[in-house]
Design a protein around this ligand. Structure first.
Ligand SMILES: NC(=O)C1=CN([C@@H]2O[C@H](COP(=O)(O)OP(=O)(O)OC[C@H]3O[C@@H](n4cnc5c(N)ncnc54)[C@H](O)[C@@H]3O)[C@@H](O)[C@H]2O)C=CC1
Ligand SMILES: O=C(O)[C@@H](O)C(=O)[C@H](O)[C@@H](O)CO
Length: 405
């Protein structure tokens, strides 16, 4: 097992957090006690869904203390999801295994560590683990320097919770949650979950980060299918809190409840899909938008640059605070009023939508060239633009927490 590599100088790509920020750099905290002997602290049952639009913030106060935790535990007992808490006096929430140390796995590792979880990183390519530990250190030190590190622990404390593993069984041993983050390939994921199925005990949650593979295909035939679900993040998960929880038809309700509670505890904003559907909710919405964006450019209606401005300087500003249904509700005298006023127009326009694009050929070239004029597609420019994007997302998240809901 390897731990985070030697310190590397932080690169402050993020704008410094304003002094009045409510969530300044985390003060050094005592490192949480080792997990209880069972190695599995429990995450309480899901708290009441957070008030509309009030995405949970960076983790604040964790462990089993406080009235809200007692209420949550009582709920856990009633839900039958309560399991032995960590030993008295220790608030260590237990261990998480991240399988696949690429783009998404690294972000998950940061999130779980920010909430005090021990994180074991595994990858089929050992170099991916060592690279991950180096890049996590750089990013977390930079976040702390600029005041955007999540959680109560300092960067060094959080980094000390993250370790690399060269053996899958070792990574999963003692974990209360496994987050799979391997490439979006059904056979690859099924092979991995078959391995996890042989290792898992009857308590651990087996979760996939899949973008849109159906749980009924991912987890078919597994002995621990009741413990399986998809927890689909949005890139980059550290900066965009939404997580879609998508159950297999046989997923136990307690599995969804425990994952919901875990996601809230690490500061994410989980939503529950009541049944599986190809593409889940986020990518069905996203692909509907992408498809019409593509058609508008392909048909010469608008340039790629102006198309993106329609979202970034138009719809996207509103959607950062209210969703499409509430937008309708507020754009008239309530939803019914909106439907009275605009449904005929919506149906007329929707009937003009063209076929599913191929996303290839001349249009792909045209859009690619337009994107490269703005962001050249070499690694350095792409990384710099992602850093700029992440800085904007962090400031937006900070603003959302400061605004009354
Ligand atoms: N990149 C994105 O924007 C988002 C991706 N996702 C999903 O997250 C998952 C991972 O995506 P990325 O992190 O972007 O991929 P990635 O390619 O950056 O990382 C995948 C990692 O898995 C490792 N790997 C491959 N086979 C493995 C195995 N059998 N056991 C352990 N490790 C293995 C690879 O070495 C690599 O390090 C995919 O299912 C993807 O659809 C979800 C939301 C957003
Ligand atoms: O866009 C995202 O961050 C997520 O919805 C994803 O699952 C993937 O990036 C997806 O868009 C790839 O099609």
């Amino acid at each position: 097992m390897v731990s985070a590599a030697a310190p590397t100088p932080p690169s402050p790509e993020l704008p410094a957090r304003p002094a009045h920020s409510p969530a300044g750099p985390a003060a050094p905290q005592p490192r949480p006690e080792p997990c209880a002997p069972a190695g599995r602290g429990e995450v309480e049952a899901p708290p009441a869904p957070h008030p509309r639009g009030q995405a949970p913030g960076p983790c604040r106060g964790r462990g089993a203390g406080g009235a809200s935790a007692r209420v949550a535990r009582a709920a856990a007992v009633s839900l039958g999801t309560a399991r032995p808490m960590a030993s008295p006096g220790s608030s260590a929430p237990g261990g998480v295994a991240v399988v696949g140390s690429g783009l998404i796995g690294r972000s998950w590792a940061m999130l779980f560590a920010s909430a005090g979880f021990r994180v074991k990183l595994f990858d089929i390519e050992p170099r991916q683990v060592t690279d991950a530990l180096v890049s996590l250190r750089k990013e977390m030190k930079m976040l702390e320097l600029s005041g955007y590190l999540k959680g109560e622990l300092g960067a060094e404390e959080q980094l000390s919770l993250i370790s690399g593993c060269s053996d899958l069984r070792e990574a999963v041993e003692g974990a209360l949650h496994v987050q799979e983050c391997v490439p979006e390939n059904l056979e690859l994921k099924r092979k991995l979950f078959a391995q996890l199925d042989k290792i898992a005990d009857d308590h651990v949650i087996l979760s996939s980060s899949s973008s849109c593979l159906l749980p009924s295909k991912l987890f078919a035939g597994l002995a621990h299918v009741k413990q399986c679900l998809v927890a689909h993040p949005v890139n980059p998960p550290y900066y965009v809190p939404l997580v879609e929880l998508v159950p297999h038809p046989e997923t136990a309700p307690a599995t969804v409840d425990r994952t919901y509670a875990l996601m809230r505890r690490v500061g994410q904003s989980p939503v529950r899909l009541l049944r599986e559907i190809d593409g889940f909710a986020l990518n069905r919405l996203q692909y509907a938008v992408i498809a019409e964006a593509w058609r508008l450019v392909e048909e010469g209606v608008v340039s790629p640059g102006d198309l993106d401005l329609v979202m970034s300087d138009g719809l996207g500003l509103r959607y950062a605070f209210i969703g499409p249904l509430e937008t309708m509700h507020l754009n008239a005298e309530g939803m019914l009023s909106y439907c009275d006023r605009y449904s005929e127009g919506m149906k007329r326009v929707l009937k003009t939508f063209g076929p599913v694009p191929e996303f290839s050929g001349a249009t792909a070239e045209k859009v690619h060239q337009a994107m490269c004029v703005k962001v050249p597609d070499d690694a350095e420019h792409l990384a710099a633009r992602r850093a700029w994007r992440d800085g904007c997302l962090m400031r937006l998240a900070q603003l959302k927490h400061q605004l009354p809901q």
